[in-house]
Design a protein around this ligand. Structure first.
Ligand SMILES: [Zn+2]
Length: 395
C-alpha cells in the first residue's frame, strides 16, 4: 500500500513539474469541443453500477451548483488554478493510477489548458486497471444529470472518442471527432468557479457563476484577474494604440521575443518562458497596461514605440491634449480601471512618459493625478474630474 501511494505521489510530482516548467502536458494537441456536434454515443468506458468516485473534503449541501456554461479560453497563463491542482491530486490519491498534466504553451490553438483551467489524467483505455479507474470516475461524475460534475464545476470531459458537456447536459455522451481520440488520457476542462476551487465539492457551499477573465481592449487577450467575476464581461474598448508586431504568448520563440527580452532587460534567449512571463507582467503593471502576461498590442506599442501603427491621439501635444480633454471629457469622472481615448488624452496632457501612455487608468496614472492635484492645490485623490481638466487647460 505504501509503495502504491509513493508511486502515485511521484506521478503527481511529475505532473506538477511539467506545469512549473510550462512543458506541454501528455497531449500537446489542441482539442476543440465546439468542433464536435456528434450524435449521442455509448459510454466511453464501462461504468460500474455504483461508482465510488471521489470523496468530498467537506459535507455537501443539498443544493447543487449551476451546470457550467461554455467558457472558451480567453487568456494565457501557464499556471494551473487551485481547483485544477486539487482535482488532479485527488484523482491520483483516490485511484493511484496515471499522472496529471495541466499547463501548456499558448502559442497555437485554443485550449483551457493555456489558462490553467484544464487537466489531463493519463488513464489508457487499453490498460484494464486504468480503464476501470476512468470508468469509475466518469460514471460517478456524470450520473444523475452530472450532479458531481456540477459540484466540481466541470465544463466538459473527453475520453475514448466521447465528449460529455455540462452545458449540453440533456445530450449525455456524444461522439468526439476532434484531433485526438483521447484514448490515453481523460481531458477535463473546468468552469472558472471550478478552476478556482469555488464550487460546493470543495467549499460545501453552492458557488455563483464566475464569468472569469475579460479583455480591456478589443482583440487583445484577457487580463489575468484573480478574483471571481459575478457578471459577464463589459464590452471591450476600442484599441487606442496598435503595434505592427503580432501578439506573442508564453511558449513562443523567435527574434521578436528576443527583442522584447532586451527591452525588458532580462536574458535574451528568444524563448518566452516563465521568466519572460513574469517580466512582462511586471512591466505591464508599472506602465498601466492591462496585465495580460502577453506581448500584446498595447505592450508592444509601449516597449517598441517604433512599432506603433496607430495612435488615437497622434500629433497631440500635452497642450492640445489638455484643451481637447477639457472640451470633451470634463463632464465625466475618469477613475481606476477605465480605458480608452479619454485616458490616453489625459496621460498625454499630464505629459506622462511615452511608454506609460497606455489608455488604461492604472496605478501610474493614479499616482500622476494625485501628484498633479497636490501640486495645484486641488482636492486630493486619484480621479480626474472637471477641476483637473480645467487646471490642465489653463493657458
Ligand atoms: Zn487535455
Amino acid at each position: 500500500m505504501i509503495a502504491h501511494v509513493r508511486r502515485a505521489a511521484s506521478a503527481l510530482i511529475i505532473g506538477v513539474s511539467l506545469i512549473a516548467l510550462g512543458v506541454s502536458g501528455v497531449d500537446a494537441r489542441p482539442s476543440d469541443p465546439m468542433r464536435d456536434a456528434g450524435p449521442r454515443a455509448s459510454d466511453p468506458a464501462p461504468f460500474p453500477g455504483d461508482p465510488t468516485g471521489l470523496s468530498a473534503p467537506v459535507p455537501q449541501p443539498d443544493r447543487v451548483d449551476p451546470a457550467s456554461l461554455y467558457f472558451p479560453q480567453v487568456s494565457c497563463s501557464p499556471r494551473a488554478l487551485p481547483g485544477v491542482d486539487k482535482l488532479g491530486a485527488r484523482l491520483i490519491k483516490t485511484y493511484g493510477v496515471g499522472s496529471i498534466g495541466a499547463g501548456r504553451s499558448c502559442s497555437t490553438g485554443t485550449s483551457e489548458h493555456k489558462e490553467g483551467r484544464a487537466l489531463d489524467w493519463t488513464v489508457n483505455v487499453d490498460n484494464a486497471a486504468q480503464r476501470r479507474a476512468a470508468g469509475d470516475f466518469l460514471g460517478w461524475l456524470t450520473a444523475n444529470s452530472g450532479v458531481k460534475a456540477r459540484r466540481l464545476g466541470v465544463m466538459y470531459v473527453i475520453y475514448n472518442s466521447r465528449i460529455w458537456s455540462a452545458y449540453r447536459l440533456s445530450e449525455g455522451w456524444r461522439s468526439y471527432t476532434g484531433y485526438s481520440a483521447h484514448t490515453d488520457h481523460i481531458h477535463i476542462s473546468l468552469s472558472w468557479a471550478g478552476a478556482r476551487g469555488n464550487t460546493s465539492f470543495w467549499t460545501g457551499k453552492v458557488g455563483a457563476v464566475d464569468y472569469g477573465r475579460c479583455s480591456t481592449f478589443t482583440g487583445q487577450p484577457a487580463t489575468l484577474r484573480r478574483s471571481p467575476r459575478p457578471v459577464p464581461c463589459a464590452p471591450t474598448t476600442a484599441a487606442v494604440k496598435r503595434s505592427s508586431y503580432a501578439t506573442s504568448y508564453y511558449g513562443a520563440t523567435g527574434t521578436a521575443v528576443e527583442r522584447a527580452q532586451r527591452r525588458l532587460e532580462i536574458g535574451a534567449t528568444g524563448s518566452f518562458g516563465g521568466a519572460t512571463w513574469s517580466a512582462v507582467k511586471d512591466y505591464q503593471k508599472s506602465h498601466d497596461l492591462p496585465r495580460t502576461g502577453a506581448l500584446d498590442g498595447p505592450t508592444w506599442s509601449s516597449l517598441v514605440p517604433s512599432s506603433l501603427s496607430y495612435d488615437a491621439v497622434e500629433g497631440f501635444t500635452a497642450r492640445k491634449a489638455a484643451r481637447y480633454g477639457f472640451n470633451h471629457y470634463a463632464d465625466r469622472v475618469l477613475t481606476k480601471h477605465e480605458a480608452g481615448k479619454a485616458v490616453l488624452v489625459l496621460q498625454t496632457a499630464l505629459d506622462a512618459p511615452r511608454s506609460k501612455r497606455s489608455g488604461y487608468y492604472g496605478a501610474a496614472t493614479i499616482a500622476a493625478v494625485k501628484r498633479f492635484r497636490s501640486d495645484n492645490a486641488l482636492s486630493p485623490g486619484g480621479t480626474t474630474d472637471r477641476s483637473v481638466w480645467k487646471t490642465l487647460a489653463l493657458p
